[in-house]
Design a protein around this ligand. Structure first.
Ligand code: PEP
Ligand code: MN
Length: 367
């Protein structure tokens, strides 16, 4: 585990409203004063207390709408004055930080493309120094947990102790049902190494459409995430950016109503008894698995000794291909995914090779 950071739990961030889960909602981009206010009013009426809107937009290609710039901060300020909502926007450089703080933005967020660039994150960290503002840090565009941790550390070292991490999926080449496929293992690893950091999901940028938002949000809550940041527009079809993935405030209310918030813990005796029983079954299977693996390795070692005696190479690609095809088929018949079966057998095969190599090199040194 990393050195324990003194990051405050969400409940101590001084945020308005219910934080279980924390919900941040608003348009991808601020487009006009009317649009920001219309969306904010509808969201506030349905109980949302934190408004997001991008003012400076990182666009993949030039000559598209790149955000309204500083003038949009006035609109967020107005929305806050009228609805009492907290506001948040993306910052990607020193100037953005100064402008956002000057206009009383309550929470800053760092976008995925920026997190991937340590120079930019350091510039933001230097600009933030001395300001006591919460910062949410999206995962980098590539699934690199070190880069994500590094960005969090840079902001933390600037004296910020209200830091959250946002999983917004990872970029991919080629067709995929998701715009940025989620890779849950990455935020889970991040959280294992920094258990104090709150985790949010950004279903909008993961999905890139409206139909899968609920499933992704539910999945994140089941994985113990603390909340979500989601794109909501009063007229999504006519949004200037990310129109396909934005929903109306009414659709957000439905989505939130349908979410099942499961508890992490319970005192229910019956539940505790059942779970303990099931866990002991798992523990028993794990032990059996290890026994079987140890026996398999013993056979591999015997084969290694036999190969050495007969002067045969360790790696027999034909045999390995056969094992892989065979175990894949057997896995399918048992409802185990090909990816899983391959990963397990690659690791087993590697361990067999390592054991046999050891035998060969010991054999040589004994000669
Ligand atoms: C955004 O939230 O508006 C955004 C640009 O997201 P990301 O940095 O995740 O692409
Ligand atoms: Mn967007």
């Amino acid at each position: 585990m990393e050195k324990q950071l003194n990051i405050l739990p969400l409940k101590d961030w001084g945020l308005p409203g219910n934080i279980e889960p924390l919900v941040i909602a608003g348009p991808c981009s601020a487009e006009s004063e009317e649009q920001v206010l219309a969306t904010a009013r509808l969201l506030a009426a349905s109980g949302i207390r934190i408004l997001r809107a991008g003012i400076w937009k990182p666009r993949t290609r030039p000559n598209s709408f790149e955000g309204v710039g500083t003038v949009g901060l006035q609109w967020l300020k107005k929305a806050k004055a009228e609805t009492g909502m907290f506001t948040t926007t993306e910052v990607a450089n020193r100037q953005h930080v100064f402008e956002a703080l000057k206009h009383g933005i309550d929470i800053l967020w760092i976008g995925a493309r920026t997190t991937a660039n340590p120079f930019a994150v350091q510039e933001i960290a230097d600009a933030i120094k001395g300001a006591d503002v919460p910062v949410l840090i999206k995962n980098p565009v590539n699934p690199d947990v070190e880069l994500w941790l590094g960005a969090i550390e840079r902001i933390y070292e600037a004296g910020i102790n209200r830091i959250g991490a946002i999983h917004r999926g990872f970029s991919t080449y080629g067709k995929n049902v998701y715009r940025n496929p989620p890779h849950w293992q990455v935020p889970i690893d991040l959280h294992r190494r920094m258990p104090e950091i709150p985790l949010l999901v950004d279903p909008s940028h993961i999905c890139g459409n409206r139909t899968m938002l609920k499933d992704i949000t539910q999945k994140s809550l089941d994985l113990n995430f603390d909340g979500l940041i989601i794109e909501v527009h009063h007229d999504p079809d006519n949004a200037w950016s990310d129109a396909k993935q934005q929903i109306t405030p009414a659709q957000l209310s439905n989505l939130l109503d349908e979410l099942v918030i499961r508890k992490e813990k319970t005192n229910d005796a019956e539940f505790l008894h059942t779970i303990e029983e099931l866990r002991s079954q798992i523990d028993k299977f794990d032990e059996e698995l290890l026994d079987i693996l140890a026996s398999r390795m013993e056979v591999a070692e015997t084969i290694g000794k036999y190969k050495m005696k007969n002067n045969i190479k360790i790696l027999q690609p034909g045999r390995w291909k056969e094992i892989l095809a065979h175990t894949r088929r057997m896995g399918e018949a048992r409802n185990l995914s090909t990816e899983f079966v391959e990963t397990v057998f690659m690791a087993i095969h590697q361990e067999s090779i390592n054991k046999q190599m050891k035998i060969m090199s010991n054999g040589k040194s004994n000669e």
